[in-house]
Ligand binder design. Structure first.
Ligand code: SF4
Length: 614
């Protein structure tokens, strides 16, 4: 099996048993890898057996999966997926992570890790060149992710990669993240809390193997061609120079600004400039870094000191984090957003959900519903609240549950206009009142509001895919055509994810080149039609898993505040017509009134066994 290792590591934390399961070659081609393969494995391990494991049940599997391109030198092929039933949404959960962990897992001899059970004592999983063992996490429980990575990195020796949770995961904060070597995070949908529920503090990987490439010469030509295109891509060059936050000021000009818990679509010009990646480059930047095999190098490294105290040193804030701890909380202090980023990373929290939950809590405080010292634009209470959430102390215990559950406990309806979530997941920082297609993506994604499912860059025209019809007039504030755009871009997102390509690097590939990548590495004979079909299959499978876990058409929604036009700013008077877009989306995806993909469509995608359970 070129491209694949052909082996999955099985770990039962309850019994301590460790085994190796062959990767079924019949699964490799239709499900490709990463979250695609993970969805198939999750379905077979649970729902197909009549098991609906609660997110924190030992029976809920945690799947860490790579893909066929991973570990090669193809540009942007260093991402991998962590998947499980989400404790935040209770539906299908997946999180995409960069860094080096994915490639090194393959170098260590495994395509993925299938983790079940729960350990009696906090544990660390050590993996090295085909071998694995569980050890007590002596003295590490309670340590933050940087302390843990330093300790285990030193113990593991040169080349050891550390993937670990912090106190937030240990304390089952529903949006806890897993950190990879202090520089990348599997942030979304609470995978760190699932790992914490299994009392698995960390996974340490060392590997010296390599990935076999089926057709090396065309592979080299493809790599050169894609690298050249990435080098010449203007937005990606912008990311290289200024990080993802380099677009903050531009986004404000078109009205893509989420401020004050979505009450505003504008923020002071000078404040936005103070937060922009160009300012970051001139002030707190100390360097840049990249995930494995990535020529874009978008990651920022920063250092922030205050009165002789270091408040951030290392991985810097990205676009979502700056917007979340910036305008969403009415804060224009870049150094405070960098400090918030470091706190979230150390404690193991998703920066999107954490900042969005604090913004909701700030409004709840203002409304007299929540006793707290949170105030708009005040950074010290904001920073203190991050620690309280991770440790579940004071109001942090409530906010550790996420926006939806916190609202209900405060006596507010989960679907109240000002409670911003979709399927229980807090929203990323792109505004549906600016990009209607993004809003539809948030509403219909199987994992709740997610910016990789709702591809703003396709709607912006930064990325075009004529082979899937994604090249027409996609102007953002228009209902017509957005159902098609959202359906296709979600399918494309599933493919890019399964291939383990970074969304940014994927702009350097045509769909034909993605097929060539699979064919050169794995020896398949994929064409564009099959790739698009696989995208639809993966989306339909994830959607069906969420349906089987309780998601219905009623969950395909947006908060009322985001369906209400703003009075001023670039998007004044504009709001998406969600019912109209949903009707068309359901037709394109063959979804019934209960929100389920039809039996006929599932069967045509080779998912007859899934259809039989719906
Ligand atoms: S573009 Fe940025 S996030 Fe994507 S792989 Fe490269 S460094 Fe990582």
């Amino acid at each position: 099996m070129a491209g694949y290792i052909g082996k999955l590591l099985q770990v039962d934390l309850t019994s301590g048993a460790i085994g190796v399961q062959p990767l079924d070659p019949a699964f490799a081609r239709p499900y490709i890898g990463a979250s695609g393969l993970a969805a198939r494995l999750y379905f077979d391990m649970t729902l197909a057996r009549g098991l609906q494991a609660e997110p924190f049940s030992p029976h809920n599997p945690l799947l860490i999966m790579t893909g066929p391109l991973q570990g090669t030198t193809l540009p942007g092929s260093g991402r991998f997926s962590v998947c499980s039933r989400s404790p935040l949404t209770t539906f299908w959960g997946e999180s995409n992570c960069g860094g080096d962990m994915g490639p090194f897992l393959k170098f260590a001899g495994f395509d993925g890790i299938v983790i079940t059970g729960a350990a009696a004592v906090p544990s660390v999983l050590w993996i090295e060149d085909g071998h694995a063992e569980l050890c007590p996490a002596a003295g590490l429980w309670g340590k933050d992710t940087y302390e843990t990575a330093d300790a285990l990195g030193a113990a593991g020796g040169k080349g050891a990669k550390v993937f670990c949770i912090g106190p937030a995961g240990e304390n089952l904060v529903r949006y806890a993240a897993i950190l990879s070597d202090k520089k990348a995070a599997a942030g979304r949908t609470g995978m760190g809390a699932v790992m914490g529920s299994k009392k698995l503090k960390a996974i340490v990987v060392r590997g010296s193997g390599k990935v076999t490439i089926a057709n090396p010469e065309p592979f080299k030509a493809l790599r050169r061609a894609v690298q050249a295109k990435i080098h010449d891509n203007l937005p990606l060059q912008g990311f290289k120079s200024f990080g993802t936050a380099g677009s903050i000021y531009y986004n404000s000009l078109v009205g893509d600004i989420a401020a004050r818990n979505w009450q505003q679509g504008t923020f002071d010009d000078s404040a936005l400039l103070a937060l922009d990646g160009t300012t970051l480059a001139d002030t707190i930047l100390t360097g840049s870094s990249a995930c494995y095999a990535c020529p874009v190098v978008c990651k920022r490294e920063v250092e922030v000191t205050d009165g002789g105290v270091t408040r951030a040193k290392g991985a810097g804030p990205e676009y979502e984090t700056i917007m979340g701890f910036g305008p969403m909380l009415m804060n224009s202090d870049l150094k405070a957003t960098a400090a918030a980023n470091e706190l979230c990373n150390r404690l193991g929290l998703d920066t999107i959900s954490c900042s969005a939950t604090i913004a909701f809590a700030t409004e709840a405080t203002e409304r007299g519903l929540l006793p707290s010292d949170l105030k708009w634009a005040e950074t010290e209470p904001m920073l203190a609240m991050i620690g309280k959430i991770a440790q579940r102390t004071g109001p942090g215990d409530l906010l550790a549950e996420g926006v939806k559950r916190a609202a209900v406990r405060l006596g507010v309806a989960a679907d109240a206009d000002w409670v911003p979530h979709v399927k229980g997941s807090e929203l990323p920082m792109h505004d549906p009142r600016c990009y209607y297609g993004v809003g539809l993506g948030y509403a219909t994604s199987p994992r709740g509001a997610n910016h990789n499912a709702a591809n703003v860059y396709i709607e912006l025209g930064s990325a075009i895919y004529p082979e899937m019809g994604l090249d027409g007039d996609l102007s953002s504030r228009r209902t017509e055509g957005k159902a098609f755009l959202s359906a296709m871009s979600q399918r494309l997102g599933c493919v890019v994810d399964a291939l383990t390509l970074c969304f940014f690097d994927s702009w350097g590939y045509t769909l034909e080149e993605m097929c060539q990548a699979l064919n050169c590495v794995a020896g398949f004979d994929y064409d564009v039609a099959e790739l698009a079909r696989s995208g639809e299959r993966l989306w339909a499978l994830k959607r069906s898993i969420s349906n089987l876990l309780g998601a219905t058409a009623a969950d395909d929604r947006l908060p009322g505040r985001l369906l209400t036009p703003l009075a001023d700013g670039p998007t004044a008077g504009s709001a998406p017509d969600l019912p109209a877009m949903l009707r068309e989306f359901y037709e394109i995806c063959d979804i019934d009134e209960k929100g389920r993909v039809s039996r006929e469509r599932l069967e045509s995608l080779g998912l007859g066994d899934v259809a039989a359970l719906l």
